[in-house]
Design a protein around this ligand. Structure first.
Ligand code: BGC
Length: 250
């Protein structure tokens, strides 16, 4: 089954066709900059253009940086606050004129890793953390997702919100060396470990390719591995989510 996967991030919007049977991209990835302010109308217009560019009328899966409860956006940390309370699935479905399935972006990335990537076949508790503009989390048990965990907003023992302390944005704005940032990330991972005791921690986002630069700072008992899909996980996972939703209602 071919589905257009779209990953909406705080900085960029990426899209590609995905073969959901094997979890692989079928086309070149297109990336456009996320409009600012990132309002529903502005993002909707960007999605419409993307879909038109692909001349696509079939199902689309969209990973989105908010908690999405039964098609309604509930949070808006790195996007316009007017998203909160919006029936976002219906809204983007109308804008794109395609059957639309929406999922939190970290949950999407997690789904790709659990079905086809670094968490494949793991029957325990797997925590996937996507590191980018924000800190996204996805929690799985025996391959089953607990949706919309917003654990990047956890307050650390130093009183700082994890997302503000250990995201990619924090690393870049504070100009931190890999080891300095790795020590920050370790505080977050260790805190998560004492709360959830995952069997495996998977790190996603662009920094996962640099794990070797900060793995020396990480002290969790659970193994920490890089996402297999690196920064394609969001696109693949969004399409997988759409496929699983389609199968569920069929
Ligand atoms: C949002 C999450 C999202 C994460 C990564 C956070 O600020 O609250 O919903 O998954 O950023 O984009």
């Amino acid at each position: 089954m071919h589905i257009l996967g779209i990953d909406v991030g705080g900085t960029g919007i990426k899209a590609a066709f995905v073969d959901t049977e094997i979890g692989a991209l079928l086309s070149e990835r297109i990336r456009v900059t996320t409009p600012h302010p990132a309002t529903p109308a502005a993002i909707g217009a960007t999605l419409k253009e993307l879909v038109e560019q692909y001349q696509w009328k079939g199902p689309i899966g969209i990973g989105f940086p908010a908690a999405i409860q039964h098609g309604v956006a509930r949070t808006a940390a790195n996007i316009d606050p007017s998203f909160i309370g919006l029936p976002i699935t219906d809204y983007f479905s109308q804008q794109t004129a395609c059957p639309t399935y929406m999922v939190n972006d970290a949950d999407a990335a997690g789904l790709a890793e659990i079905r086809f990537g670094a968490g494949k076949g793991n029957t325990g508790v797997v925590l996937i953390i996507t590191i980018g503009t924000g800190l996204g989390t996805a929690l799985f048990i025996n391959g089953q997702l607990l949706p919309n965990t917003e654990l990047g907003h956890l307050l650390l023992e130093n009183g700082v919100e994890a997302e503000h302390y250990a995201s990619e944005t924090a690393r870049l704005t504070k100009n931190l060396k890999w080891k300095e940032w790795g020590t920050r990330l370790n505080l977050y991972l260790s805190t998560m470990e004492t709360l959830f005791w995952p069997d495996l921690i998977v790190l996603g986002g662009g920094v996962s390719a640099k794990l070797h630069k900060f793995s020396g700072q990480l002290t969790t008992k659970a193994p920490v591995v890089a996402a297999n899909f690196l920064n394609q996980a969001g696109i693949v996972g969004a399409a997988l989510f759409a496929k699983e939703e389609l199968q569920r209602v069929a």
